[in-house]
Design a protein around this ligand. Structure first.
Ligand code: PEP
Ligand code: MG
Length: 661
């Protein structure tokens, strides 16, 4: 018996959804398989399911055979079509990023600092976690584990299988104990849980038992089985799944160590501020290590999406990964400096480099420490008016960094990433869930979602863009959306639905004519009427515009009568006012927000908004510049939205200004 469906699980059957699917499947006696493109795998193995690499919106078939086949198919198809149903008791991850620590969006930049220049004795790897570090090298190269390499006698096999099963059980128990610890952060817990799933999966244990039955000793069997499964993960066309190969090796190593009666080389003794150097560190080891003492991490393996990178980023530890064999050059280093922004590593740095790095580390730490006090500050003007300092983000994964920084809501949610991440246009449901998650996370603060701002320079799957001589002056932003109501209405409907869950506001990019606002409003009304007729819950939202074209500045007084707020997009406004491409380094000098032409355009906008009594904010890069913030506040701006890294500094600047500093 079988039934086919389209998978609606956001981002597909990655780690956590695969585990849930397996848990459901295991609740039935029937044999259950999931079939994609003619390939069938057991639905009771999360490793096999992950390796099937099922993506959102793909067609799959659930096949069941047994007494409860009908119920199994009902339940599993139900999950694939509506993954959120019936899971209220579980913590729903924002995204696969939380499933097992996957991070698809770039890491939030905590501080933008120019790269250090000295590169004597330099190596280059993947910049996996930003920041500078310099300290004593702590080389962590645990010996390779080798099997006995002898063939078992037939009468030894049953005993070896028992020994193997006991070792697997011991590893499960150890991981369960780690998961039960309160001290584990939510992110690290997700990572350990993903490793436990691999350890508990029949794929690894089944493969190993097969090898033992073939006469291999248990350690050799585990090494071979882990290598086979890791190779499968490496072969899949998906960065996230590729990184799971390291997890399989890590789990295999833990089982081998129990079999050998050995403890892994401990990271417990790492000295304060040391730079951990390894060919590979299991996420399992790193998550348990004294992370506060680790100054930096350098690894031969790993990349920006590996678990080590995610742990390092979430704990603010600078890291350079993926050095390959070059890492061996560091085995005997006494001191190491690393630049997690560029991926540079310097072994035994000379005095000048040492001083340069030490200066950077100290300056960053001092600034961070001094600014954290501003996280909870509500900055006000001298007259008591609150200035909202909000975050610019582009994915749900960035919510935590924004909240950690003290963001008073989101002043710009760039929805492009949502559209670019997928092979298809995102569904209304998926968009509604994303916007609702944002609204809930920041309520009662507002979340300003910008409607799709995409153009010929950044094509996305599902939209045909014409060839254009000047894409920046072409079919982008609101122009494209109004020509494609099928795409635009889906986003507007999703926003109306999400507005039920918090304080959603919507703004339009690239506006240059009032009719773009009135036509959008008509579409919003149409969407609201449709939702009403369908009996779907929705709420209205404030509609605003970005001011980023000279035309919008010049018609600002008229525009202000049509909208609830302005948000000045200085990145585009500067390039259009100065007629200087924001991506062209040859005209970078002209692309300057402080040019009087741009500053007076900002002032004209502010005046028009203030006169009409609407909020005027800014979400271009300039909003986070401490040297310009006082001028913007003087002009009447009451909201500034910026990268989370700039928030505390901006709050400090505004507070100092109010105090007359
Ligand atoms: C801007 O143009 O200032 C802006 C915030 O939008 P983006 O950088 O996404 O074009
Ligand atoms: Mg812009």
């Amino acid at each position: 018996m079988e039934r086919s469906t389209i998978v609606r699980v956001h981002e597909g059957l990655h780690a956590r959804p695969a585990t849930r699917f397996v848990k459901l499947a295991k609740g039935f006696e029937s044999d259950v398989e999931l079939v994609k493109d003619g390939k069938a795998v057991s639905a009771k193995s999360s490793v096999k399911l992950m390796l099937l690499a099922v993506k959102e919106n793909q067609e799959v078939t659930v096949r069941a055979n047994g007494a409860d086949a009908i119920e199994a198919i009902e339940a599993l198809i139900g999950y694939l079509e509506n993954p959120k149903a019936g899971l209220d008791d579980e913590v729903e991850p924002h995204s696969p990023a939380n499933d097992a620590g996957q991070e698809t969006a770039p890491a939030p930049v905590l501080q933008s600092v120019p790269a250090v220049t000295g590169e004597a004795n330099g190596l280059r790897g993947v910049a996996a976690s930003e920041g500078f570090a310099i300290g004593p090298a702590f080389a962590h190269f645990p010996p390779d584990i080798a099997g006995q390499g002898r063939l078992l006698q037939a009468d030894e096999i049953a005993g070896e299988i028992d020994r193997f099963r006991a070792a697997v059980a011991a590893v499960h128990a150890r991981m369960d104990r780690a998961l039960a610890q309160d001290s584990l952060s939510a992110g690290d817990r997700g990572i350990v849980a993903a490793l436990r799933d691999i350890a508990a999966d029949d794929s690894l244990t089944g493969e190993a038992e097969k090898a033992i039955k073939g006469g291999n000793d248990a350690v050799s069997a585990v090494i071979t089985a882990a290598a086979t499964i890791a190779a499968d993960f490496s072969a899949v066309d998906d960065h996230y799944l590729n990184a799971r190969a390291d997890d399989v090796h890590a789990v295999g190593r833990q089982i081998c160590l129990v079999l050998l009666g050995q403890d892994d080389v401990s990271l417990e003794s790492i000295p304060e501020g040391a730079i951990l150097i390894a060919d590979d560190i299991g996420a399992w080891d790193l998550a348990r290590a004294p992370l506060k003492r680790i100054g930096g991490v350098i690894c031969g393996h790993g990349g920006a999406t590996s678990h080590i990178a995610i742990i390092a980023r979430s704990h603010g530890i600078p890291a350079v990964l993926g050095l390959g064999d070059q890492v061996n050059a560091l085995r005997t280093a006494r001191d190491v400096a690393l630049d997690g922004n560029t991926g540079h590593v310097i072994l035994d740095p000379d005095a000048a480099t040492r001083a340069e790095y030490a200066g950077r580390v100290e300056a960053a730490a001092k600034e961070r420490a001094g600014l954290t006090a501003f996280k909870t500050v509500t900055p006000k003007r001298a007259d008591g008016k609150v200035i909202e300092v909000a975050a610019n983000i582009g994915s749900l994964e960035e919510i935590e960094a924004a909240q950690e920084a003290g963001a008073m809501g989101v002043g710009l949610f760039r929805t492009e990433l949502l559209f670019m991440r997928h092979m298809h246009l995102p569904s209304e449901d998926m968009q509604a869930e994303t916007y609702a998650a944002l609204a809930k996370a920041f309520a009662p603060y507002p979340v300003i979602v910008r409607t799709l701002d995409i153009g010929g320079d950044k094509p996305i799957a599902g939209i045909e863009f014409p060839d254009e001589e000047n894409p920046f002056l072409g079919w982008r932003g609101i122009r494209m959306c109004l020509d494609r109501p099928d795409i635009f209405k889906r986003q507007l409907r999703a926003l109306l639905r999400a507005a039920v869950h918090g304080n959603i506001k919507v703004m339009l990019p690239m506006v240059s004519d009032i009719s773009e606002v009135t036509r959008t409003r008509a579409l919003v009304d149409e969407c609201a009427a449709e939702l009403k007729a369908e009996g779907v819950a929705y709420a209205t939202f404030d509609l605003g515009v970005m001011i980023e074209t000279p035309a919008a500045v010049l018609i600002a007084p008229a525009l202000a009568k049509e909208v609830a707020f302005f948000s000045i997009g200085t990145n585009d406004l500067t390039q259009y006012i100065m007629a200087a491409d924001r991506l062209n380094p040859t005209v970078a000098k002209l692309n300057d927000v402080t040019n009087p032409a741009v500053m007076s355009a900002i002032e004209m906008t502010a005046k028009a908004g203030v006169a009409a009594g609407i909020m005027v904010g800014m979400c271009g890069e300039a909003a986070g510049r401490p040297d310009l913030i006082p001028a913007f506040i003087e002009m009447g701006l009451t909201e500034l939205s910026m990268s989370p890294a700039s928030i505390q500094r901006a709050k400090k600047t505004i507070t100092a200004m109010a105090a007359g500093g």
